[in-house]
Design a protein. Sequence first.
Length: 277
Amino acid sequence: MKKYGTFILSLMIFTLYSCNNGTTSKSTGKKNDVETVIEQPNDTAFFANDTILLDSYVPNSPKLTANIALQNIVLNNNAATEKAVAEISYILTGEEGKSIAEAGNRYIDKLKADYMELRPEYINIRESNDKPHWLNHEFMVSSECSNGYKGFVNYTINFFEYTGGAHPNSYCTTLTFDPNDGHEVTIGEIMKPGYEEPLIELITQSIISFLNVEDVAELDEVIFDHKELYISKNVVMGKENLTFIYNKYDIAPYAVGEIIAEIPYEKLQDILKQEYK
């Protein structure tokens, strides 16, 4: 398990950036005409670094290690913030919550409860196998928050999991919020009808560049099938680009890793709604 320690520490350092605890904004009343300035004071809403032994009576018992670091988010008013927090909580726990800290506590409590369900298995084998490495589990969750396109606020949750298999798994979930009312902004909301086909073509070309292959024929040697490419729901609406994130296994084998399609807004002018240009 030590070989994953450096990875986890690096990922923690990389993702420990925050959204804000203060905002100023001005609006002319148009849906897209919102200028939002978000200060980022590295405000961590929840942090936990816990270890739980599967059997506290055994010195070398398998253990669960959980590192959780979740950043705060504050939008332009309390109602908007509460709506965004409820959605973040739902992603983490399957339940809407009132604070990031509450969601973090629920998440880690569930990890511990699920892990202790493995205790009977360990008790049955501990006499014959005192080092069941597959029962050592590690989890890390961290989040990032950033200003985005047209004043939107992006919130990305990064997950790392090792549950005794052949390799660990890491993935992310992204959310984009309107700072005024806290609703989750989708790609369909900012695009004209019929945007899907041209957007998928742009995504395909971006992935070809990202994977450093020549064309779709070579692309199909790396991913499952370019004809099955879809618009990922994991998208960061950055200030300059739309970034679509495909987690491991989404469109390619695990060994390929995370795949990113980054598209500048200048290439999207034909399919963006007028108010979002």
